[in-house]
Design a protein around this ligand. Structure first.
Ligand SMILES: Nc1ncnc2c1ncn2[C@@H]1O[C@H](COP(=O)(O)OP(=O)(O)OP(=O)(O)O)[C@@H](O)[C@H]1O
Ligand SMILES: [Mg+2]
Length: 340
């Protein structure tokens, strides 16, 4: 550790709608859901991250849970600031002579407005950052997937998060073209809740819907290695009594079909608008997927079938964007695409 690093703490932050991942010295130091719990009246912080998530949907009286981000951007500025402060505290000050000066790179969705970008910068500064740079998420995803973003070779990345899906073509250190949609993991959960209500007359909460997605979620109905049916519990819509239902992955594929088609259409739309030279590169290199949604069973196969292109899933897709942001942090003054 150089002398400089005794005074400066450098962190890379993926401030996601569903999860916040923070890396310091290439190590994941925070990996928490993007949620806080506050006292309903005083608005004082009660819990953050995993501890707050446990309260969601079953909040004790006097406590409210807040998800500060929605659709990829900060929806509740005050809550975002509180959350970020707590997460930065979790990174600790061990090994520093004095309270270190904080330098950070935060990733932001490519379709972000100026006001939304300002909100990210302000909450980073409020959380203690002295120097902040931002990076567009698809760029971070591409770096995290191990691609050489400075090369002239065009690459396509598809990042499916909780609140946004982003598709981008990257070449020569820039985003050649990008498209985004608010159809992503959160909407998949809503699709599952709706499906269960319509088909099985059962009312389930968000966390159960997410468990269904993890256990038996699929984008196609002919998986090579299908998961076993998964039993869920919820409230019967007719008599109000708790009941159990076994869910098959094919049902989830049906429930998600419409949303997946929306993601397919932004992929196609991006390909159609890609300059021919980059198209030729993508034909050769294929498509790279990152973000938690990349883990949905059969999604790679479905996109590959649609585009007739090879589809690669970044290793540990939930952390790929944060990993890319961390590499950007190391090139703080070098990467031309970091936003001041
Ligand atoms: N195994 C899995 N199968 C399907 N979906 C998954 C799986 N694991 C995680 N997810 C989903 O991925 C989403 C979270 O991904 P990620 O952490 O990349 O999003 P985010 O960065 O917080 O959101 P955004 O980029 O939209 O702001 C959640 O909706 C989660 O349910
Ligand atoms: Mg993300």
């Amino acid at each position: 550790m150089g002398l400089f690093s005794l005074f400066t703490k450098e962190v890379a932050i993926d401030l996601g709608t569903a999860n916040v991942v923070i890396l310091q010295n290439d190590t994941v130091v925070v990996d928490e859901p993007s949620i806080i719990a506050v006292d309903t009246i005083s608005r004082q912080l009660v819990a953050v991250g995993k501890a707050a998530l446990m309260m969601e949907g079953r909040t004790p009286p006097g406590i409210t849970t807040i998800r500060p981000l929605k659709d990829g951007v900060i929806a509740d500025f005050q809550a975002a600031e509180m959350m970020l402060k707590e997460f930065i505290k979790m990174t600790g000050t061990k090994g520093y002579l004095f309270p270190p000066s904080l330098k950070m790179v935060v990733c932001i969705p490519s379709g972000i407005t100026e006001v939304e970008e300002r909100a990210v910068r302000d909450s980073s500064e409020q959380a203690g950052a002295k120097e902040v740079r931002m990076i567009f998420e698809p760029m971070a995803a591409a770096i995290g997937a191990g691609l050489d973003v400075m090369s002239p070779d065009g690459n396509m990345v598809v990042d499916i998060g909780g609140g946004t899906s982003e598709v981008a073509v990257i070449a020569l250190g820039g985003i050649v073209i990008s498209r985004s949609s608010q159809t992503a993991g959160d909407e998949f959960n809503d699709n599952i809740i709706d499906y269960m209500r319509r088909q099985h007359s059962i009312l389930i909460g968000r966390s159960t819907a997410e468990a269904v997605k993890f256990k038996v979620g699929a984008a196609i109905d002919n998986l090579e290695d299908p998961p076993e049916d998964y039993e869920i519990h919820g409230r019967d819509l007719v008599d109000g009594i708790p009941k159990a239902v076994k869910v098959n992955y094919r049902e989830v594929a049906a429930a998600l079909d419409h949303s997946i088609s929306e993601i397919e259409s932004i992929v196609l739309n991006t390909l159609e608008s890609t300059p021919p030279e980059s198209s030729a590169d993508i034909y050769k290199n294929g498509i790279y997927m990152a973000g938690g949604g990349a883990l949905l069973r059969g999604l790679d196969v479905r996109i590959s079938k649609l585009t007739h292109l090879p589809v690669h899933i970044a290793s540990d897709p939930l952390k790929a964007i944060a990993r890319g942001t961390s590499i950007a942090l190391k090139n703080f003054d070098k990467f031309p695409f970091l936003i001041r």
